[in-house]
Design a protein around this ligand. Structure first.
Ligand code: BGC
Length: 473
């Protein structure tokens, strides 16, 4: 590699390195930020929302019955019916469809929810004809994976959109009311009994499936590392000062908290800040928010890589011959934002073919980008750098929550497990191993023999929403 290019790449690698001191400081800062969020009712940019969910217990695996779940959180909308068997198992029917791009932005809340209601109606017609004759309304758990200011198990106003959605008239409105209105208009016999974030669903569904007598572990976190990132955990009531007495029913000892950790350190007190991160933020609809998410989750990894490559190009270090041969332009899929998916990065990351020929083919196919070997080496190095930083940063909230909840389990010698879902944690090469490596460095259980396990709770959010609906009155 020529020495100028090598120096530029080394500098980027340096800026993206997350070392032990950083991990430990950031974990402490995360713990402080959790406390601030639990104190202040009105969400502020400075701290994580830490949203009380009105889910007051973790499932035991004995819950029973047929429930519906509807899941809006990223690119797809999913409707499922779940039959909880009461023995840690369940059966599930589901239908999934992409949300049309035109309903994600430049549209209205009414159009979006009318579309979702139609999908629920179609699902019931296909899978549950018997409901047409029944008088009872089926309970539905609505997984809505955006920050919501929740005021009851089935009430919550949207705080802001994330992950590319942008329908301004929906902000500050109760999303359950919007959805229920559209279901009622279509005469669909369904009652939205619970509103659940996907992380809450993941926590509940993993806790339902987990049999501690077999795994010797307690499920302490539900986490998503996919298009976006976030986590939920069970907090003791005396640690949630912002909850008022009248908001809590008698006998409640704690509540599941949706941390919205995507918004950890929006003021960048500790998070790494490179000019690339800054540029990426400016391209998003929620500038200045969810800055942790923008360093970690699937929606952003490809864009970070692209921004870095364009920067190297602007310095005259890569793609120069290509630029000339095209008469002064770059392929539009490289020149335009958001064209590079994290799935493509996962292939580039592990290519071990001679001269990285495989990467060459992938870049041609996905970006229409011809490359030479030196460029491919740079692309692979930067891909590995961006994704390693993401995985190591992902360890921070997990380690912090383990530290925080360990006193809840003082009299219990079982291990701790995380229920995780999302394309990045499930499919990105070595992502899980790197998270666990960084957690071991932070060592949140210092002085104890307990271990930490990461479990994939696939599609857990639907089952979790059904579990929420099952406890609703
Ligand atoms: C949203 C969270 C959600 C996460 C994972 C974030 O962008 O703010 O509510 O849980 O994505 O889907």
């Amino acid at each position: 590699m020529n020495s100028k290019l090598q120096a530029a790449v080394d500098e980027i690698v340096d800026q993206f390195t997350v070392d032990k001191d950083f991990l430990c400081n950031a974990t402490d800062h995360f713990l402080e930020s959790m406390d601030s969020g639990l104190q202040h009712h009105t969400p502020k940019r400075e701290f994580m929302p830490m949203i009380p969910t009105y889910v007051t217990a973790i499932p035991t695996g004995k819950e029973k019955g047929l429930f519906l779940a509807a899941d809006l959180g990223g690119t797809n909308f999913r409707v499922c019916s779940i039959n909880l068997k009461g023995d840690h198992t369940f059966t599930l029917e589901q239908a999934k469809a992409r949300i049309p791009d035109e309903l994600m932005k430049d549209s209205t809340a009414e159009d979006l929810f009318a579309h979702l209601a139609k999908k629920v109606k179609q699902f019931l017609e296909e899978f549950h004809q018997e409901l047409n004759v029944s008088e009872d309304k089926l309970k539905l758990g609505f997984t809505f994976s955006f920050p919501v200011d929740q005021s009851a198990l089935n009430r919550g106003k949207l705080i802001r959109w994330t992950k590319g959605f942008d329908l301004p008239d929906c902000v500050d409105k109760d999303v359950v009311i919007l959805f229920q209105n559209e279901l009622d208009k279509l005469g669909v016999k369904v009652h939205i009994a619970a509103l659940a974030n996907d992380t809450v669903g993941t926590l509940l569904s993993r806790a339902y499936s987990n049999n501690p007598a077999v795994t010797n572990s307690n499920t302490v976190v539900g986490a998503i590392f996919g298009t976006g990132t976030n986590g939920a955990y069970f907090e003791k009531l005396d640690k949630i000062p912002k909850l008022k007495k009248e908001q809590i029913t008698e006998g409640t000892t704690g509540m599941v908290i949706n941390t919205e950790w995507g918004s950890f350190d929006n003021t960048l007190k500790v998070l790494p800040k490179s000019k690339f991160d800054e540029k990426l933020d400016l391209e998003t609809a929620n500038v200045g928010y969810h800055l942790f998410e923008k360093r970690i989750s699937g929606m952003f990894l490809g864009e970070l890589l692209r921004i870095i490559l364009i920067d190297l190009f602007d310095q005259g270090l890569i793609f120069q011959d290509l630029y000339k041969s095209r008469g002064g332009s770059l392929p539009h899929r490289l020149a335009e934002p958001w064209q590079l998916s994290s799935e493509v990065l996962s292939y580039l990351q592990i290519d071990d073919s001679t001269s990285l020929k495989m990467s060459g083919l992938i870049l041609e196919n996905e970006l229409r980008l011809p490359t030479n070997e030196e460029e491919r080496l740079v692309i692979q190095k930067i891909t590995q750098t961006v994704s390693t930083r993401a995985a190591r940063l992902s360890a921070i909230p997990l380690a912090a929550i383990v530290k925080r909840v360990s006193e809840q389990y003082e009299d219990d010698d079982k291990d701790f497990e995380f229920g995780c879902d999302g394309s990045v944690v499930e499919f990105y090469p070595d992502f899980q191993a790197k998270i666990l490596e960084a957690i071991a460095i932070i060592n949140p259980l210092k002085g104890s023999n307990k271990k930490i396990h990461l479990k994939i709770a696939k599609d857990g959010s639907g089952v979790g929403a059904a579990l929420c609906a099952s406890v609703a009155k």
